[in-house]
Structures are given as C-alpha cells and as structure tokens.
Design a protein around this ligand. Structure first.
Ligand code: SF4
Ligand code: SF4
Length: 461
C-alpha cells in the first residue's frame, strides 16, 4: 500500500556506519501522472514522494556515494531489529506443492519456434505409463506438507495425445487427495486441437486451469503453428475452444507466443480476447532451434512499445470499471499491490518439480531431460541436496548483474531455461515494463482503490 514517504523518515538523521552498497540497488524513483514515487526494493514497498524528498533522493541516487544521511535513509526502511524481507541466505528446499507430469513427450503440431523439439526434448517421442504417473502423484503427496492444497499439471508435448492417462490420473489424484487430506487442483497446457467433449466435461468437473496456446488471428496462427504436413491448426483450436466453453473449466486462459515477426500486439490481444478466454497474455520466444523465431536483444524495444500499448488500453478499461483481461499487466499490478518480493524467478526446484515420462524429476517442465537440472525420481524421492544446490546458486543476490538491479525482487533474475541458453538479454525490457506497471499501479490505486481491495466485485458494479 502507498503512504507518503515524508511521514516515515527523519530528514535530519544521525550518523551511522554501513558498507558501501549503491543506493540505486535498494531504492528506485519513478514518476506517474500523479507525481513522484519511490519503490523500496526490499519488500517491494511503494511510496508517494513529496517534492522535497523527490529532489533529495534524486540527488543521492545520482551521486551514488554513501553518506550518513543516505545510510540513515536506508536504515529507516528496515524492519525492527534491522531485519530485511530478503537477505542473501538461500531458501531451504520447501515441501513440494506442485508437480507437472510430462505425460506425452510428443506433439501433433510442428510449431516453428518450439523449444521442446515437438515435445521430444531432443530424444524420442515417449508416453508416460500409468504406474509411473501414479508414482508421481504419490511422490507429490509424500513430499508435501500435511493438509495443503497441491497442483498436478499435465504437460507435453501435447498432453492430450495421452488422453486416457489424463482422465485416469485426475480421478486417481483426486481420490488420493481425499484419502490423505489434500485438495488437489489440476492444470493443463495444451495446443487446443485435440479437445473432445468428454475432455471438456472432465476439465469442468475438476475445475481445471487450462492454458491454450493460440498465436493470433488465423493467418498468423497457421503460419506459426502448423501441423507437421504444413496445414494450419487454427480451426482445430477454435473447435476445441468451443467445446471447452460449452462446459467451462475452472479457468481458461490464452497463451500468445510472440516471435520477432509477430507484429503489433494490440490487435492480436483484442482478437484472442474476443474468442471468449477468461484472460490472455504474451510470452516472447527466447529459445528456439530456429534463430529466426527467437528474440535478440534489439527486438525488445519494439516488444516493450507494443506491451505498453496493450497495458495502457487495459489500464483505461480498469479506470472505466471494464474488463480487458491482459494477464501480463493485471498480474504485475496485483503483485505490486501485495508487495510480492522473491529472490527466485519461479518455484522451479523449490515447491515445483516436473517429471518426465520415465519418472525422473527435473526443475521444471522446460528443463526435463536436461541432466544439469535433474533432481531425483518419483521412485527414490526428490534429491534434497541437488535442490539445495540449485537454490543456492540461483539466489538473485548471488547472480551478476542481478544483485545490483532494482527490479530483482519483482523479476527474480530470469527464467533458468532462457538464461542458460540466451543469457540475460531482456533486462531493459523487464525494467521498462515494471516501471510502467509501477506508475500504473500508483495511478489506479489512487483512482480505483476498490479494484485492489475488492477485485471479486469490482467489475460487477
Ligand atoms: S534478470 Fe535483469 S532485470 Fe531481472 S533482476 Fe537480473 S538484471 Fe534485473
Ligand atoms: S525456469 Fe523458466 S520455464 Fe521453468 S518454471 Fe521457471 S520461469 Fe517457468
């Protein structure tokens, strides 16, 4: 929540010693239409600034030299006892919360940019057997905290190529959850082309979170997501979508993959939302076997411009009390509002693991069959030491240049898969996007606080 910063700090502090750490690492100034604001990086706290403090901080941040005043300023944001929300200590591997099952390492499409080699991850097409999948569910339950909700995800390739297993494991896991005191939730990531009415009925009955990959209008989608014989897949996706909408799963979102040739994003977002998804968001391709389809560092400035255009339209809709469910933007707004702060980009290797078709565990669904990210097996259990090591080396404060980046606790240091293949080529985009979202948050939380306080009724009124 925002408060005026002038109420929280002493402008005439006493001297205190501290190691020289650049102030810009911990404090970030940004502007909105309402004026100046401050992001305190630790704890992701947002404050309004009066003109005196805006000028004062600007001077300090430009000087980059640690004075007694600046040290005291930094100290004034520490919690009682000098505590910080995030220190440099790596997370200990927590109990498992979520396991994705790569039940079909094979795909019926031949998407131009697919990082997963049509689901085969550089190997042969493989399908998970029932006993292996059951073992995965048992492993998740054994390594979870008692009583907590758990998530079983179905991934591929295209998971519906192993349809019977999805139906079986959904019922099996749900039953085992009841017996062991866990509510089991389900998610499925699909290309949408193979959905039958009985699948839609299952997804509705068990409240699935469904993510459908669709890349825009037919001409664009068919170019990027053809069948292996070169035919388009758009019509098959729409057929699957109609079946899903007829039953309505728990949540239905669209994932729009963006290549450097995609073009302006706003018309694509409008088109996809018009198809009846609950929400839609973009994901740029950073890793692709075909370099023509992967972003280079210089492609991100155009991508940022397009994202800002979509964000501005969404912001205006929110100001007007209307829905324009653009997930990249709304997720960022709510994370900023909650003060989300994390030293990792995601839960990979922590509360989340992914299992390949043979029952081996990996850090996440994009890292399956990559032995550098192997973390045990369903049969023998997750490898605690290997997870500990992953969390140690991945802490954002142990990575360069992340440790001195103001965006680090909102970004987490970048997707492991993308960074390991491409390095950190998206940092300017990430910071530019967050800067926009912070300003939009400052404006929206002033004009429409109810959107954050009671989001469930906001659009009803
Ligand atoms: S990946 Fe880039 S934007 Fe993210 S924390 Fe690291 S330096 Fe900052
Ligand atoms: S490592 Fe990347 S792909 Fe894997 S869960 Fe994290 S953000 Fe997602």
């Amino acid at each position: 929540m925002k408060v005026a910063v002038s109420e929280s700090i002493d402008p005439n502090p006493t001297k205190s010693a501290a190691a020289h750490v650049p102030l810009s690492r911990d404090f970030h100034l940004f502007e909105s239409q309402l004026g100046n604001h401050l992001l305190v990086v630790d704890g992701s706290q947002v404050f309004d600034l009066d003109p005196f403090w805006a000028e004062q901080l600007e001077k300090w941040l430009v000087a980059e030299e640690l004075t007694a005043e600046m040290t005291a300023f930094r100290q004034s944001f520490l919690m009682p006892g000098g505590k910080v929300a995030i220190n440099d200590t790596p997370l200990e591997p927590p109990p498992l919360r979520s396991l994705s099952l790569n039940i079909a390492q094979s795909c019926n499409l031949g998407c131009q940019y697919c990082y997963a080699d049509a689901g085969k991850f550089g190997g042969h097409a493989q399908f998970m057997a029932q006993d292996v999948a059951e073992q995965g569910v048992e492993r998740l339950i054994i390594e979870a905290e008692p009583g907590v909700d758990l998530v079983v995800g179905f991934m591929g390739g295209e998971p519906l190529l192993n349809r019977q297993l999805i139906h079986h494991i959904t019922r099996y896991a749900s039953q085992r959850g009841q017996e062991t005191g866990h509510k089991i939730r389900f998610s499925l990531t699909t290309n949408g082309t193979l959905i039958e009415p009985e699948d839609a009925a299952l997804f509705a009955a068990y409240g699935f979170n469904i993510s459908v990959s669709i890349d825009g209008p037919q001409w664009l989608h068919d170019r990027l997501r053809p069948t292996p014989k070169g035919r388009g897949s758009y019509e098959a996706v729409l057929r699957g979508l109609e079946r899903l909408k007829a039953k309505r799963p728990g949540h239905l979102s669209a994932r729009i993959t963006v290549t450097p040739q995609t073009g302006q994003l706003l018309p694509i977002l409008r088109h996809v939302l018009s198809l009846g998804f609950d929400d839609a968001g973009f994901a740029p391709v950073l890793v692709s076997p075909n370099p023509d389809y992967a972003f280079e560092a210089e492609d991100f400035s155009q991508f940022l411009e397009d994202m800002l255009e979509c964000g501005q339209v969404c912001q205006q809709h929110l100001l007007d009390g209307k829905r324009f469910p653009f997930t990249n933007f709304e997720t960022a707004l709510h994370e900023i509002h909650r003060g989300s702060h994390r030293p990792y980009p995601c839960g990979a290797g922590a509360g989340y693991l992914s299992m390949n078709s043979q029952g081996k565990l990996y850090a996440c669904h994009r890292l399956v069959d990559n032995e550098q990210w192997a973390l045990g097996s369903a049969q023998d259990g997750s490898n605690f030491e290997a997870r500990q090591e992953l969390l140690k080396r991945s802490h954002v404060n142990s990575r360069s240049p992340c440790r001195n980046c103001w965006a680090r606790y909102l970004c987490g240091g970048g997707c492991y898969h993308e960074v390991s293949q491409q390095g950190r080529i998206a940092c300017d985009y990430i910071r530019g996007w967050l800067e926009f979202c912070l300003a939009a948050y400052a404006e929206l939380s002033t004009a429409r606080p109810e959107y954050f306080l009671t989001p469930e009724t906001y659009f009803v009124n």
